[in-house]
Ligand binder design. Structure first.
Ligand SMILES: NC(=O)c1ccc[n+]([C@@H]2O[C@H](COP(=O)([O-])OP(=O)(O)OC[C@H]3O[C@@H](n4cnc5c(N)ncnc54)[C@H](O)[C@@H]3O)[C@@H](O)[C@H]2O)c1
Length: 329
């Protein structure tokens, strides 16, 4: 079967994503792009692929099937739409963009071009997180009650100062919630469903940035469950993140990267054995290759990936209005 040709644009974290693509069976890293010539040349040399310094030249290449957008968050739509209009399929890193309107413009461009658009939320590929989704979807927890998302990481002032875009509304779309906590915000949405009401508060406590380094939210989901989000880059260690989810009969405490603790009422304790993973793909490159080669559904199509941005923007809207509840349409 034909290898799927990838072009990775933006070589900060995009450097490791390029490596991931190069190591994926069925995928071929055709090219990398960065407006900083040395970065493109360096990665091109290391991974033995073409190096470009602008997207226009890179997207003319017929060998490229899929463009993986790894530019700063507020520049995802412009690169994605250019790629779609050039006939390429597109993966966007998280968050999909910094406003829902910009996400919608990407979705519309993909529809118009009849091309694939998906979002790389790597925690959906984590088999332990898939098990939570399976338990909820199969009713193993009983009536869904509570979902808590938490991320307590550390970022230095230098991190925000480097590159000039982090911690800005225009290019980062926010701070600790938009950039880091978006991983657990998406997981919460993926497992609990869409909230209908969001209350948010944000604070800037230990960094000199325009946006928040600590944010909190209270959510009411369409299915009647409630939830919370807490995200911060002020914690002195870069380690605590995950979910806690429970229904009326079971639940899980899920600190990502460590052992998850599954709990069930004694009378339904055997349900622990029924929990399953959902799919074998272990990252976005495998997901996209499998989509084209085997027809498997994408794990996070654009229409799904924008939901985390919807929640994020609702938190910020509420915070701007003194914590007034925001109802999602
Ligand atoms: N999934 C993850 O775990 C993860 C981790 C880190 C970052 N990210 C996401 O990746 C994106 C980039 O973050 P980063 O930390 O790598 O940023 P970064 O500043 O380190 O790297 C961005 C790179 O993009 C280049 N660039 C900017 N505009 C460009 C354009 N139009 N064409 C080509 N290159 C361009 C810059 O020169 C820079 O090298 C953000 O959206 C971020 O949220 C995802």
């Amino acid at each position: 079967m034909k290898e799927i040709g990838f072009c990775v644009v933006g070589l900060g974290m995009g450097r490791s994503r390029s490596k991931m693509v190069a190591e994926t069976e069925g995928a071929r890293l055709v090219s990398v792009v960065d407006i900083i010539k040395e970065k493109a040349d360096d990665v091109g040399k290391e991974l033995d692929c073409k190096a470009f310094y602008n997207t226009t030249d890179a997207f003319q290449d017929d060998e490229v099937d899929v463009v993986f957008v790894m530019t700063p968050s507020g520049a995802h739509a412009e690169v994605a739409i250019e790629a779609l209009e050039a006939g390429k399929h597109v993966i966007s890193t998280k968050p999909m963009e910094v406003t829902l309107a910009k996400c919608d413009s990407m979705i519309a461009a993909a529809k118009k071009a009849d091309r694939m658009l998906c979002v790389d939320f790597q925690e959906r590929y984590n088999p332990e997180n898939q098990k939570i989704r399976h338990a909820v979807d199969s009713g193993l927890f009983g009536k869904l009650v509570l979902g808590e998302a938490r991320l307590k990481w550390f970022r230095t002032q230098q991190y925000y100062d480097d590159g000039g875009w982090r911690g800005t509304w225009e290019m980062d779309g926010g701070g600790a919630l938009a950039n880091q906590s978006i991983h657990v915000i998406d997981l919460l949405y993926w497992i609990m469903g869409r909230p209908q009401q969001v209350i948010g508060k944000i604070y800037t406590l230990t960094h000199d940035i325009e946006t928040e380094d600590l944010g909190m939210a209270f959510l009411e989901f369409e299915n009647g469950a409630v939830g919370t989000i807490l995200g911060t880059t002020t914690f002195p260690e870069n380690s605590l993140w995950g979910l806690e989810v429970n229904g009326s009969e079971g639940g899980v405490v899920a600190p990502i990267g460590t052992e998850y603790h599954w709990k069930f009422l004694p009378e339904v304790a055997e349900r622990r054995e029924q929990i399953q993973t959902l799919f074998p793909q272990s990252n976005i490159a495998e997901d996209v290759v499998s989509h084209f080669h085997n027809g498997t559904p994408l794990i996070c199509p654009g229409e799904d990936g924008c939901r985390a941005v919807e929640i994020l923007c609702a938190i910020y809207e509420s915070a701007r209005n003194g914590g007034k509840p925001v109802t999602l349409g």
